[in-house]
Structure formats: C-alpha cells, structure tokens
Design a protein around this ligand. Structure first.
Ligand code: F6P
Length: 341
C-alpha cells in the first residue's frame, strides 16, 4: 500500500507522534510506503511531498509542532482543488490519505472523501471540540500549560492584591478554560457556551475580596462573549478562512473588572504557548494509537472515516458525522466547576 499523510490547520502537540506511528505501523508491520505532504492540503494540491521512512521519523515522538508543516486553506480553494487532488493521488499511486487536523481540516477531508478520495481522518485540536471523539490529543498538554500558568499567577496576584484575568484558547468551546480553571482552583471560569454578565462576574470577584481574600483568578476562553445587552461589545469580524476574529476578551474583562471593583486587574493572554512544546505522555499515547488505527482502517478499506476515542477504545466513525457539530461544554460540567471562592 502507498499512504500519504498530512497535517493541516493550527498545530498541536502530538502531531509528530501520529506521523511516527503511521510510518512505523505501515512500514514495519505492513511493508507499506509512506509519503508526507508539506504544509497540509497545500502539499496535496501542489504534489509537494517527501518520502517518510523510519529514519525520517526517528526522534520525533516527543517533539511539538509538525515535521511536515501545516497551513490553512480557504474552503473555496479546496473545493476547486478536488479534481487536482484526485489527479495527484492517481499519479502518485496513493491507496490512502491520512489527514490529521481539526474542525476545518476534517470538513475538507469529508469533502474529498465524498469526492471519492480514499481518506482516513485523524482528529487533533488543543480545543477538544471534535464531537465524535471523547478527547483529542493536544488538549491534555494545553491544559497542563494553562494550569501551570494559573498556579504561577496566583502567587504574584496575591503579592499585589490583584485580579488576574487569564485568557486561554477555545474558539467555540471552553474545555481548556474549564479544565485548567478547575485544576488550578480559579475563582471564576468564563466560557463561550455560557455568555457572561459583567455585573454578575464583578459580583463574584468582589465578594471574594469582601471576604478578606487578597487576590482573584479569572480564566476566560478566547471565544467568550457577554450576554447580549449587558455590556458594550464590538465583534471582531472574520478572517480570510472564515474564522471569527476575537475582540480580546481578556483585556476587555480586565478593564471592566478594574473599573467596577477598584482593584488592579491584569490581563494575561496565554496564546500559542498552549500549543507549543512537547506533548504530555497522555497525548503521545493517544496520538500513537490514532496513527496505528488509521493505518489499520486504511488496510481494511474503511475510507471516509475518522479515528475516535470512545471510553478507552479507539473506534472508527464516519467523517460526515464527525463534522456535523462541535463538542461543547455541557451545562452540568460548567455547573460542577462553580464551587469556588
Ligand atoms: O483551533 C485551535 C486554536 O488553537 C484555537 O483555539 C485558536 O483560536 C486558534 O487555533 C488560533 O489559530 P492561529 O494559529 O491561526 O492563530
């Protein structure tokens, strides 16, 4: 079998572990040949690739980022490229393509699969918002980074009697905010799924100071928004890939809380530090299992499918179903996290 692998969309700790696992399982156990396309879908559309053998993936298990490079592609560009991709797949004699990516990549993968290409998807994203899988690799690493930052911010916040507003990633969902906020014992967690009321939030933080506490930590997901009509708020529009541009909710909340509480508030935007660096052991294992199962699915001819973690097992689910909706934080999970102060 000849297999092509690519990484697309925002990078994520564990991508290299998937690539390595695909190559090991395919080359060592099946005698396959593997090629890696450069910079995501661009590499497939332009037939820009290199051979991946065991030497090419040596030493990459613990390395963050992706040795293949990644990029975002405009959906319209990809729609126009289905024919071209099909041509390259035929010319290169590929029997399977394994795209590793998040929401946008999986939608593109589904489009190509529906166009007849032999696709087996692997989900990735630090945001953990892919509905068909219990967890995506990268999430555990990101939560670890955010939790460590929150722990560190507590000591400096306390020294200066400040409110720290820590903005974490999470475009549509608040999984990183919820988990890091719970792990670090944050005093308020703000997620996109539950639009906030600034007066309510200021009340929660203010009560803490009134109770004699010397600092407060607020974790906010980048996609969080105020409840309509509760605060002036300007949307940031969308970028060329159709992604929403955020208005900088961490900065906004810090200003609003400082004004209402008369306490110094500092915004801390964790940003891409959550995506960089070495994956945790959990993410390396999950990524390795996804790679292994993607190769097996390709050998069974299960195309148009995606690897997914269900409980402790890896299952294959239809790509078309995986892209139907996002996995948001359920109200019960959010409510559980409210026992704070
Ligand atoms: O989708 C993962 C994610 O990390 C989002 O949480 C974040 O908004 C986005 O990627 C940032 O992407 P970029 O690298 O394009 O700035």
């Amino acid at each position: 079998m000849r297999i092509g692998v690519l990484t697309s969309g925002g990078d994520c700790p564990g991508l290299n572990a998937v690539i390595r696992s695909v190559v090991h399982r395919a080359v060592v156990d099946h005698g396959d040949e593997v090629i890696g396309f450069h910079d995501g879908w661009r590499g497939l559309l332009e037939a820009d690739y290199r051979k991946l053998d065991l030497d090419a993936v040596a030493g990459i298990l613990a390395r963050g980022g992706t040795i293949l490079g990644s990029s975002r592609v405009q959906p319209a560009h990809l729609r126009d490229g289905v024919e071209r991709a099909r041509g390259h797949v035929a010319d290169l004699g590929l029997d399977a393509i394994i795209p590793i990516g998040g929401e946008g990549t999986l939608k593109a993968a589904n489009l190509l699969a529906q166009g007849g290409l032999p696709i087996v998807g692997v989900p990735k994203t630090i945001d953990n918002d892919i509905a068909s899988t219990d967890v995506t690799f990268g999430f555990d690493t990101a939560v670890g980074v955010a939790t460590e930052a929150l722990d560190r911010l507590k000591t400096t916040a306390e020294s200066h009697q400040r409110v720290m507003v820590v903005e974490v990633m999470g475009r549509h969902t608040g999984w990183i905010a919820l988990h890091s906020g719970m792990a670090a014992g944050a005093h308020a967690i703000v997620v996109p799924e539950r639009p906030f009321d600034i007066e309510e939030l200021a009340g929660i933080v203010g009560e803490r100071f009134s109770a004699g506490k010397r600092f407060a930590i607020v974790v906010v997901a980048e996609g969080a928004k105020p409840r309509p009509g509760t605060m002036e708020y300007a949307e940031g529009g969308t970028d060329q890939y159709g992604h929403e541009r955020f208005a900088g909710i961490g900065n906004i909340l810090a200003v609003e809380l400082e004004r209402r509480l008369g306490k110094e508030a500092r915004p801390v935007i964790l940003g891409h530090v959550q995506r960089g660096g070495t994956p945790t052991a959990y993410d390396r294992v999950l990524a390795t299992r996804f790679g292994w199962h993607a190769v097996e699915a390709a050998h069974r001819g299960e195309f148009g499918m995606l690897t997914a973690l269900r409980g402790t097992e890896i299952e294959m689910v239809p790509l078309a179903r995986a892209v139907e909706s996002l996995k948001t934080v359920p109200a019960e999970r959010y409510d559980e996290a409210q026992t704070v102060l």
